[in-house]
Design a protein around this ligand. Structure first.
Ligand code: UT7
Length: 339
């Protein structure tokens, strides 16, 4: 027992749109094939948020609502909502503000955090600090992206990877030492050149020319990003284990960013983890950017047990990357009693 307040994840919610875009659908749109996509990335299908005016907040809201229902709390009880996203509803105001309004979370403040595929990991660290400070009791951390809004569906190098989705976790104070234990976060702005959106920001506001030049879509130099991602995610995960005196044997689950199955395999190998301990759902959702990590927790929640050591690891645009060690705080079949 420790008296220090830690930030425990006490509930998980998720939302993926109903509409599926399969590899076979993509074969009809661009010059590609199911076999190439599966073997080079691991993706089989992704979800796409359709409907005029549908935005990232429309995925955040059902994910957070589900989390509240699972924990038996009302949205009014949420103190703060952090949304990791690079596809906000608007440049401003923040998607978190819009989502709080739609949820009826009228006592919450909130903000968006831009760290691309590391958005959830960065947000989780900030959310944990708010709880650890003793000032807040219920912080919701969400990773959500409507990647289909910024993908060029004539570019076979990017449209095959990305999908839409949102996941959310509730953080609450814990006095048993469970929850977020440690986290190593990194950033290197020189990586911008390899993965970014050229226009739509203050550097290149939208013009007719920028639209015609397709500069409002994801630009990615895949091979370069791949190399940095393999090294970045594996290095930081290994460093996290080492500084906590842990080996792969002590870890129950690796929760890796779902960008490419080959990057996930490399990270697991480096940590000495067998495939059975790795959460992989890239085949069903593709790369949902900030959504991948909480969507893994959402899918695997029923298998997680109180006390499990879990490592979350991500790499993304920026470059941004990192790894977080979590001691899981509840056994799903006993949500309200065990925390
Ligand atoms: O989540 C944010 C961080 N992002 C990442 O971590 C993504 C990291 N990068 C990757 O996952 C991979 O680089 C990609 C999946 C994007 C691409 O895979 P790759 O194995 O690096 O392929 P490549 O770009 O080296 O292309 C190999 C070949 C090329 O043909 P040639 O030049 O060898 O004839 C491409 O034109 O595959 C071709 N190709 C495709 N063929 C069929 C590229 N995309 C496709 C495609 N279908 N969709």
């Amino acid at each position: 027992m420790s008296n220090k307040i830690t930030a425990a994840i006490t509930a998980v919610g998720g939302y993926v749109p109903e509409d599926k875009l399969t590899n076979f659908d993509l074969e009809k749109i661009v010059e590609t094939n199911d076999e190439w996509i599966r073997t080079r990335t691991g993706v089989e299908e992704r979800r796409i948020l359709k409907g005029a005016g549908m935005a990232t907040s429309d995925m955040v809201v059902p994910a957070v609502r589900q989390l509240c229902e699972k924990r038996g709390i009302q949205p009014e009880e949420i103190d703060c909502l952090i949304v990791g996203t690079v596809t906000p509803d608007h440049v401003f105001p923040a998607t978190a503000n819009i989502a709080c309004d739609k949820l009826g979370a009228k006592n919450a403040w909130g903000f968006d955090l831009s760290a691309a595929c590391s958005g959830f990991l960065y947000s989780l660290t900030i959310g944990a600090s708010l709880i650890e400070s003793g000032r807040y009791k219920k912080v919701v951390v969400c990773g959500a992206d409507k990647m289909s809004a910024i993908i060029d569906y004539t570019d076979r190098a990017t449209c095959i990877i990305f999908g839409d989705g949102a996941g959310a976790v509730l953080l609450e104070p814990n006095e048993e030492g469970l929850g977020i234990q440690d986290s190593i976060l990194k950033s290197d702005g020189s990586g911008c050149q390899f993965l970014h959106m050229k226009a739509g920001g203050s550097k290149q506001p939208a013009t007719t020319e920028s639209v015609l030049a397709k500069e409002h879509f994801v630009y990615q130099e895949g091979q370069a990003v791949f190399k940095f991602a393999v090294k970045g995610m594996a290095d930081v995960s290994a460093e996290l284990l080492e500084r906590n005196n842990l080996t792969g044997d002590d870890i129950s689950w690796l929760v890796p960013h779902q960008a490419n199955l080959r990057i996930i395999d490399a990270t697991a190998n480096r940590m000495g983890l067998p495939k059975e301990k790795v959460m992989i759902n890239i085949q069903r959702y593709g790369n949902t950017t900030a959504g991948t990590l909480p969507l893994c927790l959402w899918d695997w929640e029923s298998k997680l047990k109180k006390g499990d050591n879990i490592v979350l690891a991500a790499f993304g645009g920026g470059f941004t990357w990192g790894a977080t060690l979590v001691k899981w705080a509840y056994t799903a079949s006993d949500v309200s009693k065990s925390v």
